[in-house]
Design a protein around this ligand. Structure first.
Ligand code: BES
Ligand code: MN
Ligand code: ZN
Length: 492
């Protein structure tokens, strides 16, 4: 599928399927209609009357155009009130139009939407993102070739009335290639995406986009004293992989950053085995933090900012066997801190502890970690919003801006030091699990013990990395959440 920007207007465009956006405001609808050719204006007047179209967001009536016409079908796209119009509205509008043209197997489509804030580049990028992400379908695990068919449509979409925006479209496509990689890593089952496959994926990104890769094997992790990470991997038949992918710009970097992702390719809970009803069958997605980390690496490798970025994943599988970590075991992390394991299902923080210590050794200006860390975060914020913890107001501000621009939702949560009492151990430096209340906060406080002085933020993405319902540019399954926020953060 090809996306192109074109200075042709809706009045002059010819092709299969035309989409035109309208604000919820009757004078806007009238003036927009008056700019169309008379034949089209008449058809649309009828459609507006018959469907009582008001321009509300979500309203999308369409009709076939009879007789000799340069256009076969036309759709009205409600954009809601002008005052609430954002880049995300553009993404959503473009996404639903693209999906309809796909379902109806249109060969060519033309889309005319107003610019947000008169910003042609940002608006074009947002529309292209909505289209790319909406049309992505994942049929890798279906044997029936017929299900692939609608994926061939539309063959091209023209963004009308936006000339000279090829670069914005290319940027969107580079970012979306990262998001789609993330979706495919997260959606793939644990017998497909193993720690080795995450390492191989990192190697592919390194080769394709000129990053450097270092993978530490078990012995090297032992030599670095990564006892917390290795403890998680003990019962798995699959070898752990500690992945360190680095993007370096030509010339002196403006900033150095680290992105650390939880890469538990399957979380059975360990000997504190997840019970039935706990969603154990969904735990292939417990590497979504690392999925977003690698997706961001793929995007950044193409966008080539003047920022050095370290992408770090301690990849392992949390399983059960005679080699398993016992509840009560004491592990020593690579910063020398000892951990009493009172619950083997709180494994993500163990892998992240050593990854954070490693990240700080890279002497970066800031570290952001992403993890499907706690069910408690989903209880607190629901499925659409990720939690953010950081002691650093300026980093919170940077990430909030990046996420708002991306249309991805985060909510800052408290790093309430007093709750660390819940992690006190009589025998070791700390336990790995606190009491049930405030479970996502004690998880964040645990991680904080492994960052000494570098500005750091923790993002608990357990909710939004997966969706059971199709919504806008999100299809059922892995959403690719956080890649676009990370990219904006690095580029900004
Ligand atoms: N991977 C889970 C968290 C999770 C749960 C992610 C549901 C997505 C959906 C994590 O490793 C875990 O098991 N956390 C425990 C922590 C508890 C033992 C303190 C949890 O949230 O129940
Ligand atoms: Mn767990
Ligand atoms: Zn987990």
């Amino acid at each position: 599928m090809k996306i192109q920007a074109s200075d042709t207007s809706a009045a002059d465009w010819s092709g299969d399927y035309l989409g035109i956006g309208f604000f919820e405001d009757s004078t806007d609808i009238e003036t927009s209609l008056a700019q169309l050719n008379p034949h089209l204006e008449e058809v649309l007047q009828d459609l507006i009357r018959e469907t009582e179209f008001k321009g509300k967001s979500g309203e999308q009536p369409w009709t076939r155009i009879a007789g000799q016409s340069p256009i076969c079908k036309v759709m009205l796209i409600g954009l809601g009130a002008k005052e609430t119009f954002t880049l995300e509205s553009l993404r959503q509008a473009a996404a639903s139009f693209a999906k309809t043209t796909q379902k109806q197997k249109a060969a060519s489509a033309g889309l005319q939407l107003p610019l947000w804030n008169d910003e042609a580049t940002a608006s074009t990028q947002a529309m292209a993102e909505g289209i790319e992400l909406a049309l992505h379908q994942d049929h890798r695990f279906k044997s029936d070739p017929e299900v692939h068919q609608s994926g061939e449509y539309p063959q091209e979409i023209s963004l009308l009335g936006v000339a000279n925006q090829a670069e914005a479209i290319e940027t969107a496509q580079q970012i979306c290639a990262g998001v789609i990689l993330t979706r495919e890593l997260v959606a793939a089952p644990a017998n497909v995406v193993t720690p080795s496959v995450l390492a191989e994926t990192a190697a592919q990104i390194a080769t394709e986009h000129g990053l450097t890769l270092e993978v530490l094997e078990r012995e090297e992790c032992e030599a670095q004293g990564m006892g917390a990470f290795l403890g998680v991997s003990l019962a798995s038949d699959l070898p752990p992989k500690f992945i360190h992918l680095t993007y370096k710009p030509n010339g002196t970097p403006r900033r150095k950053l680290a992105i650390v992702g939880k890469g538990v390719t399957f979380d059975s809970g360990g000997l504190n085995l997840k019970v039935s009803g706990s969603g154990i069958e969904t735990m292939k997605m417990d590497m979504a933090g690392s999925g977003a980390t690698l997706g961001a690496a793929k995007a950044i490798g193409q966008l080539k900012p003047d920022v050095e970025v370290h992408f770090i994943v301690a990849a392992a599988e949390n399983m059960i066997s005679g080699h398993a970590l016992h509840p009560g075991d004491i592990l020593t992390a690579s910063n020398g801190k000892t951990i009493e394991i009172n619950n083997t299902d709180a494994e993500g923080r163990l892998t992240l502890a050593d990854a954070l210590v490693f990240a700080e050794k890279q002497e970066v200006d800031a570290i952001v970690d992403l993890a499907t860390l706690t069910g408690a975060c989903i209880v607190a914020l629901g499925n659409d919003i990720a939690g953010m913890w950081t002691p650093e107001d300026s980093l919170a501000e940077e990430l909030t801006q990046a996420s708002e621009q991306a249309g991805e939702k985060f909510w800052r949560m408290p790093l309430e030091e007093k709750y660390f009492e819940g992690l006190k151990s009589p025998i070791a430096d700390m336990k790995n699990t606190g009491p049930r209340p405030g479970g996502s906060i004690t998880a964040a406080l645990f991680l904080k013990q492994y960052v000494e002085k570098t500005p750091w933020a923790h993002l608990d993405v357990a909710g939004p990395v997966w969706t059971e319902k199709e919504n806008g540019y999100l299809n059922v399954g892995a959403t690719g959440f956080a890649v676009r926020t990370l990219v904006n953060w690095v580029m900004g």
